[in-house]
Design a protein around this ligand. Structure first.
Ligand code: ATP
Ligand code: MG
Length: 401
């Protein structure tokens, strides 16, 4: 069995086609391996990625895996034949006789413009051949299953029951009847690495997904405080990352204890600025991890106006704790849109499980919504910022999922 993978040509503007294709092929291989699916080869052919499987026993699992691989615009389970019109006719009937339909059309795409017939000529010849075959089958073997199903068959160009796609490539011809949508986007890793601050809530996994879709490989950082039952919350974060791995590859998570930082903040600083101070520490720690990892940006699930820490004033002050760009793909979404997406990508049910959120600890009823950078810096002077950051990173637990 063959899977013929198409990617979006638009993504290739700028001459990085080869890199893009290589990465996509590599990601397809890795994703199939991760699921324990056996394949014979993964090849790049004339602007497609072609995967050869020994048989079609794992077809449904393969379909589920390919549907989630970023960079895939659509894919098909295809049959292959030689570049010869007679062979194409034979194979066409072979493909169609296994399907149920009454109306059909043939849609040819001629990648190789040197092929003797035009696309339209191939459509006509194959279409005619199929109709003839069907007539024959019907008169010769009235009880033959294929003939019975196809007895009323006719060509219908507008909205037919089935379309036979024929792609004439450089060396071979591919035939298929189903185009299965992939998630689009860019292959994981082509855009480099970023650190995603993942909280265990609904938003941050969705934020990670949007940037993974643009080819960013995410390294996750989660801050926790060692309160009773916190281990369960860490497991929840692992579950979220496992769910996201369906769209990427293995992921690394840094689990960073926030307890010491939090203790110092609570002991020494002004209560209404705690959330802002927590967040600035998170960004500072994440930036150091980014440097270790060679990551070029931070990703958060922040969303303008959602909570006290996410007013534009506070975001301005928080942002200045790092010199890295902060990617906030959800900044302008409504909560309901985020929830919708979370459901679609399979993170919502995990996110709504109970969670011990370190940021909601020791937070006053009325946190500052218009933090002032000067004031915040004055508060931070009371803390051993560098030492706290260094020790948080030194004690981080790194896991690969
Ligand atoms: P989420 O649903 O992602 O928790 P939220 O609406 O609860 O988002 P906040 O709690 O204010 O928003 O957090 C904003 C962002 O800060 C999160 O989306 C996440 O990127 C980051 N963040 C918050 N808490 C943590 C944490 N404990 N560890 C890592 N990142 C965090
Ligand atoms: Mg949160």
């Amino acid at each position: 069995m063959l899977a013929l993978i198409h990617y979006d040509e638009i993504a290739l503007k700028g001459g990085n086609r080869k890199f893009f294709e290589q990465k996509l092929a590599e990601n397809v291989k890795k994703s199939l391996c991760q699921k324990g699916i056996v394949f014979d080869s993964v090849k790049r052919v004339y602007g497609r990625v072609l995967v050869n499987f020994p048989d079609d026993r794992e077809k449904e699992t393969i379909r589920a895996v390919l549907k989630n691989i970023f960079g895939i615009a659509h894919f098909s389970f295809a049959q292959e034949c030689a570049k010869d019109i007679e062979k194409i006719k034979e194979k066409s009937f072979d493909v169609l006789s296994r399907q149920e339909f009454t109306t059909f059309k043939v849609e040819t795409k001629r990648g190789d413009k040197n092929f003797a017939l035009t696309s339209q000529q191939v459509n006509e010849q194959v279409g005619e051949h199929i109709l003839m075959w069907l007539e024959n089958e019907r008169s010769l073997a009235p009880f033959n299953k294929g003939a019975k199903l196809l007895s009323a068959s006719k060509v219908k160009l507008d909205n037919p029951d089935i379309t036979l796609y024929i792609e004439i490539a450089e060396k071979d011809v591919f035939l298929y009847t189903e185009k299965i949508a992939g998630p689009g986007g860019l292959p994981s890793g082509v855009s480099g690495k970023a650190i995603c601050l993942i909280s265990g809530g609904i938003d941050s996994p969705v934020a990670a997904w949007y940037l993974m879709k643009r080819g960013v490989a995410a390294v996750f950082v989660h801050f926790y405080s060692t309160q009773q039952g916190y281990e369960q919350s860490l497991e929840k974060v692992r579950d979220l990352v496992r769910a996201l791995n369906a769209f990427g590859l293995n992921s690394k998570i840094y689990f960073v204890s926030f307890s010491d930082i939090q203790k110092e903040i609570v002991l020494s600083t002004q209560a209404d600025l705690r959330v802002v101070l927590y967040r600035r520490f998170m960004f500072a720690v994440a930036s150091e991890i980014a440097q270790k990892e060679g990551a070029k940006a931070l990703i958060t699930g922040e969303n303008v106006g959602q909570v006290a820490s996410q007013t534009l004033d506070n975001m301005l002050v928080i942002s200045q704790a790092t010199s890295l760009p902060i990617l906030r793909p959800l900044a302008g979404f409504d909560k309901i849109e985020i929830i919708d997406k979370a459901k679609k990508i399979g993170t919502y049910e995990i996110s709504i499980q109970p969670h011990l959120d370190c940021c909601s600890m020791f937070v006053p009823k009325h946190p500052q919504t218009k933090a002032d950078l000067k004031e915040v810096r004055k508060q931070e002077k009371k803390l051993k910022v560098k030492k706290l950051i260094a020790s948080a990173i030194k004690n981080a637990k790194i896991e690969t999922i």
